[in-house]
Structure formats: structure tokens, C-alpha cells
Design a protein around this ligand. Structure first.
Ligand code: ADP
Ligand code: MG
Length: 255
């Protein structure tokens, strides 16, 4: 059985002014797959995630999520910008977790989670709250619902951020170095939540330097450098036996 393609990235380029940051990225992610993205700082990993989530516009190429063109409408071969409403509708399907947890500091964990479902999806407070409690349980924070971010550790804050993204019931989750800002002893609890999420069948693109996570949880590992995909394939194979010199060199530094 071949799984359905959920994300298709074709020939994506991104310029920031003269700076050519993504130089023709092709990548597919299938439904339920965990796609791990690694590469040196500045190679374009965050930019690629931000393009998928429309936090950046692409300069050329196409991104489709479930057959739907992201960021544009195409009529007779010509691209037209989406309205803000259309962009919001597409973005709703994609959850994103950043290196910095970005929780609202003056709201409790629960309030952070129900914000988007009640404001954006117009869910009732009662429904949003009961769903938020389920999600807090799922990330192991059922008894921290009324804590403010400052009363939570970095690992707990990041788990709330994951629950908050899940509250919108996205079909795709993007993680941009979700454990890089954490003290080492807090990394495991966040990776464990991500692992459970992967097991539940969520489609995930994960930028991380946690090679152990890539090996254990990843279905695909993609190594980017200088705005191109240098090598992509089975994580176990690539980690054990990288084919490209640049991949070898990078892995020797992070392993
Ligand atoms: P990575 O996440 O792999 O470290 P990034 O995608 O953050 O890489 O950055 C890739 C390159 O794009 C870097 O050279 C960075 O300086 C540049 N860049 C990223 N965002 C912007 C921006 N908003 N404006 C200008 N340059 C940017
Ligand atoms: Mg980055």
C-alpha cells in the first residue's frame, strides 16, 4: 500500500533581496510520515518551513499540501495571491512549533491553548476547554492547566506549545528545532511527546539536531546545505552510511 502524498515541494526557490536562500528544493512527505530535516546553520531549513506555513512567500516553484496549492491560486497557468482569509484557512491546517515557545505570558497554559480554537475556529469555550484538557493530559501536563508560562520549565512550556498547535487539529505539524533552546535534561520530555505524536499518525516535518530522534522516529532524513537538498533517504541508512561528503562532514560534527 502506498501512502498518499501530503506535502509536495517542487522546485522551490527563495530570495531575500539578492540573497538566494533556497535554490530549487524538491521534497515530498507522505501522510503519517515523520520527515526529519538536518543541515548546518544558514542552510535554509527554517526558511523552508516558513514557506510551507506561508510565513514567507516563495520566489519560484510550488508547494502543495493535500493537492492544494499553498499561498496562491492558479487560474489558466497564472498565479494569483490569496486573500488574507484564504491564507488563514490554509494556515489553520498546519501547526508550527518554534525553538522559542512563544506562549502568551499573561495567559495560563489552558488559556494559551483555547485562544485559537475560540477566536479563529469560533469553538465554544466549553468545548475548547475540554479539548484543551485532553491535550494537556496527552502532553503530560493535565495538572498544570492553570500555570502561567513563567511557572513552567522550558520543557513544559514547549509541551504546552505543542498542545496549543494540536488544538487547531492540523493535518501537518512543523517543528523548527523544538529542543534547541532547552536545557539538556529537558530535551527528552519534549522528544517523547513528539514521538507519541508520530505514533498517533501525525504527519510531521522536524528540523532538529537530535540525530537519535531522527534515527528512531524518522521515516525520512533530508540533509540540506546551501539551500539545496544534498541527500535524502532512510535515516538509518544515511546516518550509518552517508553517500555525500558534505553529509559525512556534518554528521561527524553532530554525532
Ligand atoms: P537555517 O534555519 O538552516 O539555519 P535559515 O532558513 O534561518 O537557515 O536562513 C537561511 C539564510 O537566509 C541565512 O543566510 C539567513 O541569514 C537568511 N535569512 C533568513 N531569514 C531572512 C530574512 N527574513 N531576511 C533576510 N535574510 C534571511
Ligand atoms: Mg533555523
Amino acid at each position: 500500500m502506498t501512502k498518499e502524498t501530503l506535502v509536495r515541494i517542487d522546485g522551490v526557490h527563495k530570495y531575500f533581496g539578492e540573497h538566494h536562500v533556497l535554490r530549487g528544493i524538491d521534497m515530498t512527505v507522505r501522510q503519517g510520515e515523520v520527515s526529519v530535516l538536518i543541515g548546518p546553520s544558514g542552510s535554509g531549513k527554517s526558511t523552508l518551513l516558513r514557506c510551507i506555513n506561508m510565513l514567507e512567500t516563495i520566489s519560484a516553484g510550488r508547494i502543495h499540501v493535500r493537492e492544494e496549492l499553498i499561498g496562491y491560486r492558479e487560474t489558466r497557468g497564472r498565479l494569483h495571491d490569496l486573500t488574507i482569509k484564504e491564507i488563514a484557512a490554509q494556515r489553520r491546517e498546519i501547526g508550527m512549533v518554534f525553538q522559542r515557545f512563544n506562549l502568551f505570558p499573561h495567559r495560563t497554559a489552558l488559556q494559551n491553548i483555547i485562544e485559537a480554537p475560540t477566536q479563529v475556529k469560533r469553538q465554544s469555550k466549553v468545548k475548547a476547554r475540554s479539548r484543551a484538557m485532553e491535550l494537556l493530559d496527552r502532553v503530560g501536563l493535565g495538572n498544570h492547566a492553570n500555570h502561567y508560562p513563567a511557572q513552567l520549565s522550558g520543557g513544559q512550556q514547549q509541551r504546552v506549545a505543542i498542545a496549543r498547535a494540536l488544538a487547531m487539529e492540523p493535518e501537518l505539524m512543523l517543528f523548527d528545532e523544538p529542543t534547541s533552546a532547552l536545557d539538556p535534561e529537558l530535551v527528552g520530555e519534549v522528544l517523547s511527546v513528539m514521538k507519541d505524536l508520530a505514533k498517533s499518525g501525525m504527519t510531521m516535518i522536524v528540523v532538529t539536531h537530535e540525530i537519535g530522534f531522527a534515527r528512531e522516529v524518522g521515516d525520512t532524513l533530508t540533509f540540506m546545505d546551501g539551500g539545496v537538498v544534498v541527500e535524502s533517504g532512510n535515516p538509518r541508512d544515511i546516518i550509518a552510511n552517508p553517500q555525500q561528503a558534505r553529509t559525512q562532514e556534518f554528521l561527524s560534527k553532530v554525532l
